[in-house]
Ligand binder design. Sequence first.
Ligand SMILES: O=P(O)(O)OC[C@H]1O[C@H](OP(=O)(O)O)[C@H](O)[C@@H]1O
Length: 359
Amino acid sequence: MESDPDPNQPAVDPAVTDTAADIATMRIRGAATIADAAAAALATQAERSTATDPAAFERNLRAGARELYETRPTAVSLPNALRYVLRGVEGETVAALRKSTIERADTFRTELEQAQSTLGEIGANRLRDGDVVMTHCHSTDALSCIEAALESGTHIEAIVKETRPRKQGHITARQLRELGVPVTLIVDNAARRYLDEADHVLVGADSIAADGSVINKIGTSGLAVNARERGVPVMVAAQTIKLHPDTMTGHTVAIEMRDEQEVLSLEERVEIESPSEGAESRSTAVDGNDDKDSSQSESDLTVENPAFDVTPPRYIDAIVTERGQFPPESIVTLMRELFGETTAEPWEECVCSRQTDHH
Ligand SMILES: O=P(O)(O)OC[C@H]1O[C@H](OP(=O)(O)O)[C@H](O)[C@@H]1O
């Protein structure tokens, strides 16, 4: 086994860096899936760490956790997963620390899967035979409710919102069709019209704040307001790993702003800004020509691409978790029970950090 080249600068394993890149670029996406991948990456970091002493091992692990944490800011399942794993790291030797990290990550992943399936069974109780469910984005927690309903013989149909700009609605449509659910795919702007045909709005969550606000894919809040106006109940399917502990102490949830090119390609930007310049300027822009890049930065055409929005609790009928169904206003009691007063950053949680503090 190689020795650690520089124990003061622990190397993050390339597989962890790859997972972080996949999360940042959304090849790995969805709050629960991100949490699962982050826990798996920490186990990989532990498994492959070349550290020869406990302090170096701990630095390795914390560096990996930090790299994963810094990928996307909104889904709290990511820091909650890192915190869960790091809290279970214990032992006096590298071998013991490694073993406990891997076991803790495995436990986390198993519990995540179990929580989703329990949540699904609870959520399915809200769905009646023949109900039509309108979905937004793609949520494995929301789909778990539909899957459980189908398993108990309940017939469900779905109206699936496309979900611009990344069209995660296509993933939802594909998975629902695989389950045999009749699907009507609509553009986001058609949602209010089709609410007349829906019995439920069913969405997931990236984070849930202490006041019961739900942070989910951009467009959720408008959908919920329209659903309230049309008398369609809004159900949020969210494992407790989506509860955001920092909001108990007054912090707000950061809303991720993503790249403008998810909304407007460079070519489309040129079409808007200089339609008369024709194909030549389009191709230089697409090639990433430096002059074009600098003119873009000086442009007065601004594209904003927030990935999430906040739905106030008054527009939500129920938050369904693996611990039961809650009115949004009462979710804080569950948060206190589960998290206590936790506010530390996930990489500060590692038990062995106490050892490095003395150095
Ligand atoms: O954990 P599950 O229920 O799978 O997904 C929860 C939420 O994560 C997704 O975010 P993104 O597509 O990663 O930006 C959507 O906002 C979805 O509702």
